[in-house]
Design a protein around this ligand. Structure first.
Ligand code: CS2
Length: 495
C-alpha cells in the first residue's frame, strides 16, 4: 500500500501521539536563513524554534534552509512543504513530532542569487550555520582563513555566485548594506571553540579583502554570539524511514532522529532580536566558553576516542562499543581522570552526574550511531576535541595515556585498515596528505621515531608538534594497539 505523503494537508490525520505545529504556519514569515540544512539543525535549532513559536512567539521567525552542496534535502522536503518528522529515541521507545518552522529550502549551487537575496531580505534578522568544521575553510589549529582554499579563492572573485558559507555571508551582507538595510546576527552552531568569535574573525578577514568599509560596518553592527550545542543526531537510514512511516501512517522522505537529550548554551547577543528558544530548552548565558569547553572535551572528545578505537575493533555503533566493558571503563576513566581535571569552574554543574548521563547517552541502543560517521573529518575535529586537554594535562605534568590511546587509534585509522585487516574508508578533506605523512612516519623502524614524525608532520598538532610527553604517550599507545589490537589493548588497561 502506498502511504500518503507527509504534507500540511495530511497533518490532521496523523495519530494523536504525534505532536505537530500548534502555531499558524500559513502566517509564518522567514526571519532566519540557515546555512547547512543537515540533520543536526533539523533536530536542534528548528525543533527549539518550533517550541518558541508554539509558545506564542511572533510569527516572523520561520526558517529558510540552504544546502550549500546537494539538492537531496530540498528534493525530499519540497513536496512536503518543508515539513518533516523528528523521532527522539531511547530504549523505552520513540517520541514523534512534525516540525513546521522550515518554510523554504534553497540549493545554493542551483541559485546562489536566491540565497544572497534571502540574506539581503528586509525580514532576515539571523543567519545561522551548521556547516561542520570543514565548512569554515579555516585552519583549525590557528583559526585563520585558508586563502588558498578553492572556494575562498573563487568567492573573492565572484560576488554574485559564491560557494562557501563565508562567501555567502559576506556578499549577502554587502547587499544588505548597499540597499540600506541594517546589520543582523550571524550565529554559528558548529562544534568549534569560540564558534561565534571564530566566525567573526573569518567573516571580517574576508570582508576586509573585498571592501574595508564593509568590514567596518559588519564589525560595528553585526553580532556573532558564541554557543554550545548538544544533541546526538545519527544519520537517517531507510530502516528509520520505514519505522517512522509505520508509526505515523504517512511517508516522510527524510525524517530525522536523535536522542531526547537537548542542550544549547548561547550568548544573548543579537543585533535584531531573536525567538525565545528557552521554550525548547536553550539557555541564554553571559559567556558560552566554559560550556563549549565542557562539551567539546567531554562529549566530542570521548566520542572521537570511542569512534577510532571501535572502528579498529570492528564495533559498528557507539552503543555496541559501550557494551564492551573494557571500552566503557576506559571512557569513564578518560573522562574522570584526564578530561575533567582540565575543566574550569562550571557553577551549578554536577560533573560526576554529567559524566554518568553522558555514559548513558553513549549507551543509548535506539540510536545506532555509526562509529565510522564520527570518525569522519578527524583533521578538522581533533584539535578542539583532544588537543586543548592534552596541552593542559602536559602543563599540569599529568598523564595523557588515555588521550594518547585515542590519538594512536586515529593514527592507525589512517592506514585504512581495521585490526582484522579489513579496509575502512578514510573520509577526511586532508585524506591524501594524511595517508602520505602516515606512510612517511612508518618508514622509521622504531615506534618512538614513528610517533615523533607523525606528531611533527600531521597538520593538527600546532605548538604540540615537538612535545616529548605527547610523542612518548603516542608511542606507547601505538605499541599497545599494534601488538594487541584495540579490543585486547583496552582489556589490559588498569581501571
Ligand atoms: C559527533 C557529534 O559526529 C561527531 O563528530 O561527535 O556530531 C556529536 O554527536 C554531537 O556534537 C553531539 O552534540
Amino acid at each position: 500500500m502506498t502511504l500518503p505523503r507527509l504534507h500540511p494537508a495530511t497533518l490532521a490525520g496523523l495519530p494523536s501521539a504525534v505532536r505537530r505545529p500548534r502555531f499558524e504556519r500559513t502566517a509564518l514569515r522567514i526571519g532566519i536563513v540557515h546555512l547547512g540544512l543537515g540533520a543536526f539543525m533539523r533536530a536542534h535549532l528548528a525543533a527549539a524554534n518550533d517550541d518558541a513559536l508554539d509558545a506564542g512567539g511572533a510569527l516572523d521567525w520561520g526558517i529558510c534552509g540552504v544546502s550549500l552542496r546537494h539538492a537531496d534535502t530540498r528534493d525530499a522536503l519540497a513536496p512536503q512543504a518543508g515539513l518533516y518528522t523528528l523521532a527522539l529515541r531511547d530504549a523505552a521507545g520513540q517520541q514523534l513530532r512534525v516540525v513546521g518552522s522550515l518554510l523554504q529550502c534553497l540549493v545554493a549551487p542551483e541559485s546562489p542569487s536566491a540565497v544572497l537575496q534571502r540574506i539581503a531580505h528586509a525580514d532576515t534578522r539571523i543567519v545561522s550555520l551548521t556547516v561542520t568544521e570543514k565548512g569554515y575553510c579555516h585552519d583549525p589549529a590557528t583559526g585563520t582563513l585558508q586563502w588558498q582554499h578553492p572556494d575562498i579563492a573563487h568567492d573573492l572573485a565572484h560576488a554574485a555566485a559564491p560557494r562557501s558559507a563565508i562567501g555567502f555571508i559576506v556578499h549577502g551582507l554587502a547587499l544588505r548594506r548597499a540597499t540600506g538595510l541594517g546589520p543582523i546576527t550571524l550565529m554559528s552552531l558548529d562544534n568549534l571553540p569560540a564558534n561565534g568569535l571564530t566566525l567573526r574573525g573569518l567573516v571580517l578577514a574576508f570582508a576586509d579583502r573585498i571592501d574595508p568599509a564593509l568590514a567596518a560596518w559588519i564589525a560595528t553592527g553585526c553580532r556573532f554570539p558564541n554557543s554550545m550545542v548538544d544533541r546526538i543526531v545519527p544519520r537517517t537510514t531507510d530502516a528509520d524511514r520505514a519505522t517512522i512511516a509505520a508509526a505515523t501512517g504517512v511517508h516522510d522522505a527524510w525524517p530525522v532522529l536523535g536522542e531526547r537529550f537537548f542542550d544549547w548554551a548561547v550568548e544573548d547577543d543579537f543585533a535584531a532580536g531573536r525567538p525565545d528558544w528557552t521554550q525548547g530548552g536553550a539557555r541564554f548565558v553571559p559567556e558560552a566558553a566554559p560550556w563549549e569547553r565542557l562539551k567539546l572535551r567531554m562529549v566530542n572528545g570521548a566520542h572521537s576516542s570511542i569512534a577510532y578505537l571501535a572502528v579498529a575493533a570492528g564495533w559498528p555503533t557507539v552503543d555496541v562499543a559501550m557494551a564492551q566493558p573494557a571500552l566503557r571503563r576506559h571512557i569513564e576513566a578518560l573522562l574522570r581522570d584526564e578530561i575533567e581535571p582540565t575543566l574550569g569552574p562550571l557553577p551549578g554543574l554536577d560533573l560526576p552526574a554529567y559524566r554518568a548521563q553522558l555514559i548513558d547517552r553513549f549507551s543509548n541502543p535506539a540510536l545506532a550511531h555509526r562509529t565510522l560517521q564520527i570518525a569522519m573529518d578527524g583533521s578538522q575535529k581533533l584539535p578542539q576535541r583532544w588537543l586543548g586537554t592534552v596541552r593542559d594535562r602536559i602543563a599540569q605534568g599529568a598523564s595523557i595515556d588515555r588521550l594518547a590511546l585515542g590519538i594512536a587509534a586515529w593514527c592507525q585509522h589512517l592506514r585504512g585498515l581495521d585490526d582484522a585487516g579489513q579496509p575502512v574508508p578514510l573520509d577526511d578533506p586532508q585524506a591524501d596528505a594524511l595517508r602520505a605523512l602516515h606512510a612517511r612516519a612508518m618508514q622509521h623502524s622504531d615506534v618512538r621515531q614513528q610517533a615523533a614524525s607523525f606528531v611533527r608532520h600531521a597538520p593538527v598538532f600546532g605548538d604540540l608538534a615537538d612535545q616529548p610527553a605527547l610523542v612518548q604517550a603516542l608511542a606507547l599507545g601505538l605499541q599497545q594497539l599494534r601488538t594487541q589490537g584495540a579490543a585486547a589493548a583496552l582489556a589490559q588497561l588498569q581501571s
